[in-house]
Design a binder for this molecule. Structure first.
Ligand SMILES: Cc1cc2nc3c(=O)[nH]c(=O)nc-3n(C[C@H](O)[C@H](O)[C@H](O)COP(=O)(O)O)c2cc1C
Length: 258
């Protein structure tokens, strides 16, 4: 497969994704490396129109939610692990920030393996980060129990579009050998020029009323106020789903209990 041709697909044909294909993709996901092979994740498959209709507004009515044959919601899952541990007479001590961090990494690797396998099988996908914006309602709709928190949704199906490739930063902008070397202002200019001059982003900046791409991203699309609000919301949801408050909120390391 050619990794250089990836593009997110947001429009799908009506062709269904067979159970066999879905199982192949999800099996590829499960083969991903994960912390200690603990597999503290799970995935909710949404295929019923009624469920898609319930989820759509929670994803701000992004058309992929109703338009894709399959939605996958990848979750951190300590419910199953807790049940197993308790059945074996031991406690699961992972419902804290470290556990959430590890399980999120693993769930994302799981999701990315599914994504790569999907493209390999001729399907297209788009991740939906909007799952983080309405966590409580999505948890309710998907009936997620204690210890389970959605972190990423993916729409999946056969592509009905071939969008142009979105530009990326060059290797020089991403890769540091041996030690991190901060960028000079001139290097920053050169690194971001291909993105700033890409027709897709030029058009987005033009129609947004912003003066440049950085402003569009930081002030309109992903503003600090949203991030602050969602940070607090994620903390609240972690507690709601059984993650221990004292291990999430502690600010002062000197107060750590023995
Ligand atoms: C964590 C994550 C969340 C994303 N959320 C959305 C989303 O809610 N809606 C959307 O249209 N695209 C979403 N995307 C897709 C990105 O916009 C896309 O990957 C990026 O613009 C690069 O485009 P490409 O994937 O076509 O190369 C998301 C991607 C990631 C990795």
């Amino acid at each position: 497969m050619d990794y250089k041709t990836h593009r997110s697909i947001r429009a799908y044909t009506e062709a269904p994704v067979s159970q066999e294909v879905l199982d192949t993709l999800l099996t590829a996901g499960i083969r991903a490396s994960n912390t200690g092979n603990i597999q503290s994740y799970s995935v909710i498959v949404t295929q019923e129109e009624e469920m898609k209709a319930r989820l759509a507004p929670l994803h701000f009515n992004q058309p992929m939610v109703k338009g894709a044959p399959v939605l996958l919601t990848f979750c951190v899952d300590y419910n199953r692990l807790s049940a197993w541990s308790e059945a074996r007479g031991t406690a699961c001590g992972h419902l804290n920030l470290m556990g959430f961090y590890n399980a999120s990494l693993d769930a994302m690797l799981f999701a990315q393996n599914v994504a790569v396998a999907a493209e390999d099988a001729g399907l297209g996908y788009c991740f939906l980060g909007t799952v983080l914006y309405n966590l409580e309602s999505i948890i309710h709709e998907l009936a997620l129990p204690r210890g389970v928190i959605p972190i990423l949704t993916m729409s999946l199906g056969y592509p009905a579009e071939t969008p142009s490739l979105r530009p990326r930063l060059s290797l020089e902008g991403i890769v540091h050998y041996e030690r991190y070397s901060p960028f000079t202002p001139a290097q920053i200019e050169a690194l971001y020029a291909p993105l700033e001059n890409d027709p897709f982003y030029l058009e987005r900046v033009r129609t947004s009323g912003c003066t440049n791409l950085a402003q569009l991203i930081m002030e309109k699309e992903y503003p600090a106020a949203n991030y602050m609000h969602l940070s607090q919301e994620i903390m609240r949801i972690l507690q709601l789903q059984g993650f221990e408050e004292k291990y999430l909120k502690r600010q002062n390391p000197s107060s750590v209990e023995a």
